[in-house]
Design a protein around this ligand. Structure first.
Ligand code: UDX
Length: 446
């Protein structure tokens, strides 16, 4: 929304949320204090805020004034009832739809921005048409393909923008065109795709499934590389240079995380199952199984290497975010590696340049594996890498922050217990120089 406001000065954009604390943070005088860390975002907000970009908790007023309403609430995986652990929980979407229907006094275009299972637009339409004040709604699907850490860059220069609508009717086409006109302020027309609503909804889920599948595929090979003496980086370079395959999303890691991949694949699996397509469901589910295996395997290897016990040993984690350049930790591999090691009674000391202590404890508490007191007893969060690694038996790199490459590894080695183990879950460190220092070095896939 900030980028739309920046690029379309004649359009007023109001972002509303019922969470007062969050809206206050978006309005913070110091624009560096906005709640999301994303390179370039604060500059965009600084330019547009209070010009044509507003943040407010007055949801009804914003609905009333708007011609277009983007629904961007979260759609977490259900934790209860039918579809538990797989289906998307649409309760927030439904609450939004009911509120829009109650408040709207004139025709509106309602846009699904949240990633939704196929045919959600139908449910939205039914709620809007049946509980509204007789006004007309057009529903569009406009999934977001930005990746975190490069969000602003991705929005300014997207591979494509996808808009799904009721393209069989004139009113539907008009609504699609209205949204095309917004993006056309900065995106070339031939990169704005228009489709029917269902294609648009399904494309978002499957784009993520394909990306995640590549990571799981290369991660499955990383294990084979370790057994055979092949090097996964060399393998991925060789595969990636085939232009039909391409080089992106072939970087082996401790496992993918983030708010989308796991959730969207589980969603896809659930939809396939609900249509009785069991082979299709199993096929995609394997991507998740492989990812869980990769996280577990990394943790198991730490235990095995540290002479089969980490009980009472101090293990330093460098990184907690699910990838670099973001403070987002949703589904981060680090959470699961930590949980595994904590079950083995390890003591973990964590340093991440952007993730807060509060967030780290919240992530561990959310798992429900042990009490909040135990999490605080066994896990410490510190402000520098040196504080994390001092006196540690092992260091594990869980996020590929650039600064970890530049650390004074000689100094770190000196202050660690010996033998000093270093586990690189992101393949950002060079083996030779680390072994020359004296580290027992493990890197995924070679
Ligand atoms: C993803 C999609 O890329 C984006 O299009 C969609 O809109 C939202 O979901 P995001 O979750 O922000 O974006 O991160 P992404 O860069 O795709 O990375 C996801 C995970 O895969 C991260 O944990 C990352 O570290 C991991 N990854 C990615 C790898 O392990 N290896 C790779 O080669 C690429």
């Amino acid at each position: 929304m900030a980028v739309i406001a920046q690029k379309c000065p004649e359009i007023n954009v109001t972002v509303v949320d019922i969470n007062e604390k969050r809206i206050a943070a978006w309005n913070d005088e110091n624009v560096e204090n906005i709640p999301i860390y994303e390179p370039g975002l604060s500059a965009v907000v600084a330019e547009a805020r209070d010009r044509n970009l507003f943040f407010s908790t007055d949801v009804d007023a914003a609905i009333d004034k708007a011609d277009m309403i983007f629904i961007s609430v979260n759609t977490p995986t259900k934790t209860y009832g039918i579809g538990k652990g797989m289906a998307a929980d649409l309760k927030y979407i439904e609450l939004c739809a009911r509120q829009i229907a109650r408040v709207a006094k004139d025709d509106k275009i309602v846009i699904e921005k949240s990633t939704l299972p196929v045919r959600t637009a139908e449910a939205l339409k039914s709620i809007l048409d049946n509980t509204g004040n007789g006004v007309k709604f057009q529903i569009l699907s406009n999934p977001e393909f930005l990746a975190e850490g490069t969000a602003v860059e991705d929005l300014l220069d997207p591979d494509r923008v996808l808009i799904g609508g009721d393209i069989d009717t004139t009113e539907g086409m008009d609504a699609v065109q209205a949204l095309v006109d917004v993006y056309a302020h900065w995106v070339p027309k031939d990169q704005i795709l228009t489709t029917n609503v269902w294609s648009s909804e399904l494309s978002k889920l499957t784009a993520n499934a394909f990306l995640a599948q590549r990571v799981s595929s290369i991660n499955s090979l990383s294990e084979l590389c370790e057994k055979t003496g092949a090097d996964v980086n060399e393998v991925s370079r060789a595969i990636g240079m085939d232009s039909r395959i391409g080089s992106k999303f072939l970087k082996s890691s401790v496992g993918f995380g983030g708010s989308c991949f796991q959730k969207d694949i589980l969603n896809l699996v659930y939809i396939a199952k609900s249509f009785g397509l069991n082979e299709v469901a199993d096929y995609w589910e394997q991507v998740i199984i492989m990812n869980d295996h990769q996280k577990k395997r990394f943790a198991e290897n730490i235990v095995k290497t540290l002479f089969n016990t980490v009980s009472g040993k101090k293990i330093a984690f460098l990184g907690w975010a699910f990838k670099k350049d973001t403070n987002d930790t949703r589904e981060s591999a680090a959470i699961y590696v930590a949980d595994y090691l904590l079950n083995e009674q390890a003591e973990i000391v964590i340093y991440d340049p952007k993730v807060t202590e509060e967030q780290i404890y919240a992530d561990l508490d959310y798992l429900g594996t042990r009490s909040e007191e135990e999490n605080r007893k066994l896990v410490k969060v510190v402000n520098t890498p040196v504080n994390a690694t001092e006196g540690a038996h092992a260091v594990a790199v869980l996020t590929e922050w650039d600064e970890f490459k530049e650390l004074d590894w000689n100094e770190i080695y000196k202050k660690m217990l010996k033998p000093a183990f270093l586990f690189d879950g992101r393949k950002i460190l060079d083996r030779k120089s680390k072994e020359a220092i004296g580290f027992q070095f493990y890197s995924i896939g070679n």
